[in-house]
Design a protein around this ligand. Structure first.
Ligand code: 5GP
Ligand code: ZN
Length: 115
């Protein structure tokens, strides 16, 4: 369900443009607007939930079950040498958009600018 004033719900609805990486009935993935490395992608459920604490198991299952497929697609395109997955929950842990998301951060070895 879409949530008023949530920028990620607006991205799912197409009200805010985004660079789509993957989409199905339950999940949307798109390039982060401020990429920490090339191919930095955010994966979100189409159901609005704030963060991991408020995410029902079935939504978590939909979200996490798509990650291997999306990670492999990113690996194929960007050819990183590694990849980090990251999920921030609450402001104190650097969550800035309150619609749960998984960061996929491709890594390119020493000097890729991310640590
Ligand atoms: P957080 O800090 O909540 O874990 O991550 C939020 C991420 O969303 C940030 O990396 C930020 O760059 C990204 N972001 C914020 N607004 C937009 C937007 O309008 N479009 C896209 N593609 N990414 C966004
Ligand atoms: Zn939302």
């Amino acid at each position: 369900m879409s949530h008023n004033d949530c920028i990620f719900c607006k991205i799912i609805d197409g009200e805010i443009p985004s660079a789509k990486v993957y989409e199905d009935d339950h999940v949307y993935a798109f390039l982060d607007i401020s990429q920490v490395t090339k191919g930095h992608t955010l994966v979100i459920p189409k159901t609005h939930t704030k963060n991991i604490y408020e995410t029902p198991p079935e939504v978590a299952q939909e979200l996490f079950s798509r990650i291997p497929k999306i990670a492999n697609a990113i690996k194929e395109v960007y050819k990183p040498v590694g990849m980090n997955l990251l999920n921030n929950n609450e402001e104190a842990a650097d969550q800035s958009v309150f619609h749960i998301h998984i960061h996929i951060i491709p890594r390119y070895g020493d000097g890729d600018g991310y640590s």
